[in-house]
Write a protein that binds this ligand. Structure first.
Ligand code: NAD
Length: 423
């Protein structure tokens, strides 16, 4: 089943569990706008290449479309549609006034020089500028995109519309109108959610819970740093090249691991091509084996479809935190639930990024400057409240956390539709 069809199934079950009208579920089954463009690139050697670019504007029922841009060879329309639908749900779960969107380019950015990456991003912006805008559709970083790329988008968009418009994109560097704490927001939000579920639910933690993290990029590293500071023991880490395991269980220092990764792998353009595997003081493990090691919490911060019906029976943790989008398949989810392993779903667990993006967008629009303390306080408030609603809904309706999160979102979407008198 496709990722989009799989997500629709989750939506339908949540609708059925909560007695939500079929009309709303059917409406959400079809994205409002689907845009596909060719993005030509002049290579440094003078030749030309062409890549496919996508943007899906899923729903504007609760506000302008909001969602990241992904640069990855596997990006396709089905994936982008699923990611855009998740954004609609995510923004509704955390109660921020945005709808859902997502986009990307089917490209491996690590094969591009920094100048090629910039040219490709600017060309993509020119081809999308008519559908983007601070009141229409606001992109942000996702897999393989970063503050530098968001800065190029803001700059190119400003040239097109003839005035600085920083609110057209979020996740920018501070000097381009970004907000403190955006780079670590998804990880920070994930930790707030995790603590809430560990401390207010039956998943009783030991005093220093052990954590394994799959994925050591923007999200995984941000989470690792925040978790280590909060007293969690990081006993396993991985990236696309493999994993490392702290067999003694004392806990790794994520900053040191990142330093080694950057020192050992040379920096190519915007990307570090080193690996956590460069830390030779820990035992090497394969990516597959890392997921099956025993620990208290498994954090998935890489890609979708990582826990499937094949490896679900061998997962040994008490709780899974989905920081990536869609890392547990629908079939695996049911198997884990059956085995009493709690899954805190992506649409709640990784919403910290879009929440802080909302603060950045508001600050840009109001010409305000927020400090880090204000960002952290407001993030804690919004994400903490959302986590509590999902937990309470799960208890009241006797459903798993994913269904509960979708139900919270569907109820908010239904209210917004009702307010517009579309029934
Ligand atoms: P990133 O490109 O910065 O990092 C991805 C990491 O995953 C890298 O370390 C990469 O090496 C690793 N990886 C790739 N394949 C792997 C594999 N098979 N096994 C282990 N590790 C692997 O991307 P990111 O921004 O950190 O995004 C990660 C996930 O989080 C994505 O699913 C993304 O959609 C989601 N997400 C990101 C944000 C954000 O603000 N960046 C917000 C919400 C959700």
């Amino acid at each position: 089943m496709s990722l989009f069809a799989d997500t629709l199934e989750t939506l339908r079950s949540a609708g059925t569990a909560g007695g939500i009208s079929d009309t709303l579920v059917k409406l959400l089954a079809s994205p409002e706008n689907v845009i596909e463009v060719g993005v030509p690139l002049r290579r440094d050697d003078g030749t030309t290449a062409e890549f496919r670019g996508y943007r899906v504007q899923h729903s504007s029922v609760r506000g302008p479309y909001k969602g990241g841009l992904r640069y990855h060879p596997d990006v396709d329309m089905d994936e982008v549609k699923a990611l855009a639908l998740w954004m609609t749900i995510k923004c509704a779960v955390v109660g921020i006034p945005f709808g859902g969107g997502k986009g990307g380019i089917a490209v491996d950015p690590k094969t591009l020089s920094p100048r090629e990456l910039e040219r490709l991003t600017r060309e993509f912006t020119r081809r999308m500028s008519h559908v983007w805008g601070p009141d229409k559709d606001i992109p942000a970083p996702d897999l393989n995109t970063n503050p530098k790329i968001m800065g190029w988008i803001a700059d190119e968009y400003a040239k097109i519309v003839g005035k600085p418009t920083p609110a057209v994109v979020t996740g920018k560097a501070l000097e381009d109108g970004g907000i403190p704490g955006r780079d670590s927001a998804t990880g920070d939000g994930g930790l707030i959610v995790l603590k809430k579920f560990l401390h207010t639910t039956p998943h009783s933690p030991p005093s220093t819970p052990s954590v394994i993290i799959q994925g050591f990029g923007n999200v995984g590293y941000g989470f690792a740093e925040a978790a280590a500071r909060a007293g969690f023991r990081i006993v396993g880490l991985s990236d696309s090249k493999g994993g490392i395991w702290d067999k003694r269980g004392e806990g790794m220092d994520p900053e040191n691991v990142m330093k080694t990764k950057q020192e050992q792998g040379h920096i190519a353009g915007c990307y570090c091509v080193g690996s956590v595997c460069d830390c030779t003081n820990y035992a090497p493990v394969t990516n597959a084996a890392l997921l099956e090691l025993p620990c208290d919490v498994l954090v998935l911060a890489a890609l979708e479809n990582q826990i499937t019906k094949e490896n679900a029976p061998r997962i040994k943790v008490k709780l899974i935190l989905e920081l990536a989008n869609g890392p547990v398949t629908r079939e695996a989810d049911a198997m884990l639930h059956e085995r009493g392993i709690a899954v805190v779903p992506d649409v709640l667990a990784n919403a910290g990024g879009v929440v802080v993006s909302y603060f950045e967008w508001s600050a840009n629009r109001l010409h305000e400057r927020w400090d880090r303390a204000r960002v952290s306080k407001e993030l804690e408030r919004l994400i903490g409240t959302a986590a509590q609603s999902v937990y309470t809904t799960a208890q009241q309706e006797k459903i798993d956390y994913r269904t509960a999160a979708y139900l919270v979102a569907l109820r908010r979407l239904a209210e917004a539709l009702h307010a517009r008198q579309v029934k």
